[in-house]
Design a protein around this ligand. Structure first.
Ligand SMILES: Nc1ncnc2c1ncn2[C@@H]1O[C@H](COP(=O)(O)OP(=O)(O)OP(=O)(O)O)[C@@H](O)[C@H]1O
Ligand SMILES: [Mg+2]
Length: 327
């Protein structure tokens, strides 16, 4: 079995199309955006980690955010979810401005995220981790906490939802184990299950598949596809292009803090600049061309994305001819 077929969803899902208006390009407007961001910039000392003119994330679809290490994907997640503050910029979630709104409020509005490095609390049980994901815990409010029937009823509802989700993610047998005892992959599942406790409308997953064994990868993929079936919007960061091709309806490519390409998966993966950003031998210089730091006209065959792709193609063709000659 090839690695490709091992991640093919058993039940093929229909890709969502018609997400954008006009030609697919960085910052292209969406027919129904859930996030609209403008002029978002985050620097760390002299380094510009995120520098986005305009970005729209489509609703009710699965969008993959891809790009080389250090492109700014996690920083963008941190900004959009209120875990970090930008130098400048503004954005809306479902039409409401949430720039500067802290993370706990953002998640109450229905926008949740998971972390590249899982943040399950190891010294809490799996069930307690789930309960922390619930929103509007009446027992936390002073007056309600004085009326036991109110919080008992709510506690029961939260536990019921937690068990439903743990069952769905095949973690129910581990409910009373410490989260620290879970495998890396199971912790990823727990984080995703916990995010769903707050009944979000937008789920943002930062490398949900990283470090997960192939069997769990398959089930994680299914869970992500299920989220869309259940009416949620998904934005996920992923390095594995097979995964992206299989489950993403739309792909956004970042490099050096900027959006350098957008499109449906097939289209984006045909883009020579994108291919080069991942596979090219001259990554740094090529990305300079892609991000507009170097004018394409100034580029020479050893540095420009297009030119080096063409050079690679020539090299491959020449190699083929040589093999033919040797026969
Ligand atoms: N808190 C920080 N302080 C200083 N620099 C930071 C900080 N967070 C991120 N950076 C830098 O910002 C840039 C973007 O980092 P980020 O983690 O967003 O990249 P990424 O696209 O998520 O990469 P990866 O694919 O490796 O996860 C990197 O150069 C990184 O070193
Ligand atoms: Mg990252």
């Amino acid at each position: 079995m090839s690695s490709d077929s091992s991640i093919t969803p058993p039940i093929a899902r229909v890709k969502t199309t018609g997400l954008h208006v006009g030609e697919a390009r960085p910052g292209v407007p969406k027919t129904d955006p859930v996030i609209v961001a403008d002029g978002v910039r985050r620097t760390f000392g002299g380094l510009t980690a995120v520098d986005i003119d305009h970005l729209e994330i489509p609703s009710n679809a699965i969008t993959a955010l891809i790009g080389p290490n250090g492109a700014g994907k996690t920083t963008l997640f941190n900004l959009l979810t209120g875990f970090d503050k930008p130098d400048q910029g503004s954005w809306t979630f479902a039409g409401t401005s949430i720039s500067g709104v802290p993370a706990f409020k953002v998640s109450r509005l229905g926008q949740v995220r998971t972390f590249q490095l899982t943040k399950a609390l190891g010294l809490l049980t799996v069930l307690d981790n789930m309960k922390l994901g619930a929103k509007h815990q009446r027992g936390e409010r002073l007056f309600a906490s004085l009326i036991p029937p109110v919080w008992r009823r709510q506690e029961a509802e939260i536990e019921e939802r937690a068990f439903e989700l743990l069952t769905r993610f095949k973690l129910d047998a581990k409910a009373s184990d410490y989260a620290a005892s879970l495998s890396g992959g199971q912790r990823k599942l727990l984080e995703m299950a916990r995010a769903l406790m707050s009944e979000p409308s937008l789920v943002m997953l930062d490398e949900p598949m990283a470090g997960v064994n192939p069997a769990l990868t398959q089930s994680l993929l299914e869970h992500i596809l299920d989220l869309k079936d259940q009416g949620m919007t998904v934005l996920f960061v992923e390095h594995d292009m097979h995964v992206v091709r299989h489950i993403a309806d739309w792909v956004i490519v970042m490099a050096e803090g900027r959006i350098v390409a957008e499109g449906d998966p097939a289209e984006v993966m045909r883009n020579p600049a994108v291919v080069d950003a991942y596979l090219g031998a001259h990554q740094d210089l090529d990305l300079g061309v892609v991000t507009g730091r170097y004018a394409a006209a100034d580029a020479d065959p050893t540095t420009s994305a297009d030119a080096s792709t063409a050079a690679d193609a020539e090299a491959i063709a020449a190699q083929g001819e040589a093999e033919e000659d040797a026969k």
